[in-house]
Design a binder for this molecule. Structure first.
Ligand SMILES: Nc1ncnc2c1ncn2[C@@H]1O[C@H](COP(=O)(O)OP(=O)(O)OP(=O)(O)O)[C@@H](O)[C@H]1O
Ligand SMILES: [Mg+2]
Length: 505
């Protein structure tokens, strides 16, 4: 835009300069004409003076009357001033100046050699003077002067013609060039206007439209960013503002979705926890009522008390899970690490869970000496949840295979069952807090959906990873990896220890 404006300014300045040249040229032409007129008029006056000199002289000599000499005297007195004026007017051209000088020289010679001496001679010998005048010498001399005047006047006219035509030609050229400059300036202004309309006004109008759509709630509204300079900067700023607004709205929507989800999860939790609390509480209340109302023999009482105890343990475990979760959410997983032999921990868990089911057979295969630096209770919690899930979600019984393999710097623990498996659609949510599969709920399998979420937090706090492979009706294989305590060759890599636990329990 600056360049275009500068070009328009240059064209306009050129236009004015050329018009000035044209005006000056025409003024020169008229000055030249006036100057020529003055020079010619001056020459004519001087010629008249020369004639007055001759006619005054002739009148005086023929009449011998002093008063007849007046024209001669007047012309003689005026001649020097008039001659100077002619020389001044001819001074701007050397040739004309030369011609004027020749006129001067011939008049001076006429006066000096003929006219002035003849006036003096008239007082001494009038008859001889009359004879000289009649001889026509003066007229002849004057004719020669008049020829010089003709040359001067012709020269002045020619000079005026040449100057005139040169000035007029310059003026014409200046007018033509001025016209071209004017056309150029108009063209540039038209082009600049078109350019401004297309590259400035239109993008701004489009940006205003887009801003209107944005205000109406269409946050996907954007503008083309290819505008020039400041327009482009405006378009980019608009787009980044719109993108930021869109991001903000998406974040709000996501937050909203999470809030709704957490609302849903909370109500699910309330119903799930109440259900989980109600079942053991009902047993506790039922058996304690029974013991209070009836006089039971010691064996029955003991059995009932053991049931009450088991149900109370279930309640305590559930509350522990809830408290754990709350603690983890507030402060993260707190670990009390110690070096421990994973195969021993697995063995203890297998013994513990073997007692829980008659229909399941728990198998343990473990490499020996897989030492990890871990929190014993937390790790037992993870293994316990995987094993209890494997038992819970294989209601028809079957083999639960537990394996620990050391390899390189890591150990992998796998828990495989032959149970109901996990439908693909639910697999994505399996580690989500409070998520429970449909089948478990349908079959009345207890749980709060916290076990795997806690397991993942604990494994990850140990620097490990947890995952699974499963298919509906095809059993599940859950696994987790942990770093070994001392990286390097583990002792007894391979099937060093294989035992069956809980067989037939
Ligand atoms: N081995 C498995 N086979 C089939 N489904 C499983 C298995 N393990 C977990 N699931 C599915 O994953 C869900 C979440 O498991 P998770 O251990 O977190 O909760 P839960 O067992 O339902 O309750 P909790 O462990 O808190 O008592 C379960 O409800 C179940 O649907
Ligand atoms: Mg569980």
């Amino acid at each position: 835009m600056s360049l275009a404006a500068a070009a328009v300014a240059v064209a306009l300045v050129t236009l004015f300069a050329l018009l000035l040249v044209a005006i000056l040229s025409y003024r020169d032409a008229s000055t030249t004409a006036r100057h020529a007129q003055q020079a010619i008029a001056s020459a004519n006056q001087l010629e008249t003076l020369a004639l007055d000199l001759e006619t005054g002289l002739r009148g005086f000599i023929i009449t011998n009357n002093e008063s007849s000499l007046k024209p001669w005297n007047d012309a003689h007195a005026a001649y020097p001033g008039q001659m100077r004026e002619l020389l001044r007017l001819a001074s701007d051209n050397p040739r004309q100046e030369q011609r004027a000088l020749k006129i001067k020289r011939s008049i001076d010679a006429y006066l000096r050699d003929f006219s002035v001496p003849l006036v003096a001679f008239m007082h001494r010998n009038p008859a001889l003077a009359r004879q000289v005048v009649r001889g026509g010498t003066g007229l002849h001399r004057l004719d020669a002067v008049r020829v010089r005047f003709d040359q001067f006047i012709t020269g002045e006219r020619k000079l005026a013609d040449v100057r005139n035509s040169r000035a007029r030609r310059t003026g014409r050229i200046a007018i033509v060039l001025g016209g071209v400059s004017l056309a150029l300036a108009v063209l540039l202004i038209v082009l600049l206007t078109a350019y401004l309309a297309r590259r400035v006004a239109r993008p701004i109008r489009l940006a205003a439209d887009a801003a209107g759509r944005l205000a109406d709630g269409d946050l996907s509204s954007r503008v083309d960013e290819r505008g020039v300079a400041e327009v482009g900067a405006l378009q980019r700023a608009f787009n980044s503002m719109a993108a930021s607004l869109e991001r903000g709205r998406r974040a709000l929507e996501e937050q909203n979705r999470k809030l709704r989800e957490s609302e849903r999860v909370k109500s699910e939790l309330v119903s799930s926890v109440s259900h989980e609390l109600r079942t053991p509480l009902a047993s506790i209340l039922g058996f304690s009522d029974l013991m209070l109302q009836r006089d039971l023999d010691p064996a029955d009482r003991r059995r009932y008390l053991e049931l009450v105890r088991t149900e109370a343990d279930r309640l305590a475990a559930l509350l522990n899970d809830l408290l754990d979760l709350q603690r983890i959410e507030e402060t993260g997983v707190q670990l009390t690490r110690e070096e421990l032999d994973l195969s021993k921990l697995l063995e203890a868990q297998v013994v513990l869970y073997s007692a829980q089911s008659d229909r399941h057979s728990l198998e343990l295969e473990s490499d020996e000496g897989c030492l990890v630096r871990a929190d014993r209770d937390r790790l037992a919690q993870v293994i316990g949840n995987l094993v209890s899930n494997a038992i819970k979600y294989s209601p028809d019984g079957g083999v639960v295979h537990i394996e620990a393999r050391c390899s390189g710097s890591r150990v992998r623990v796998t828990v495989r069952d032959e149970g109901m498996g996990i439908p693909t659609a639910q697999q994505r949510q399996i580690f989500t807090k409070f998520f429970r599969g449909d089948a478990g709920r349908r079959l009345g399998i207890g749980g709060t959906g916290l076990g795997l979420a806690l397991a993942r937090d604990i494994v990850e706090a140990h620097g490990g990873r947890i995952g699974f492979e499963s298919g509906e009706g095809q059993g599940s294989t859950f696994w987790f990896d942990l770093p070994l305590a001392a990286a390097g060759e583990p002792r007894g890599v391979g099937l060093s220890d294989s035992r069956r636990s809980g067989g037939g329990s």
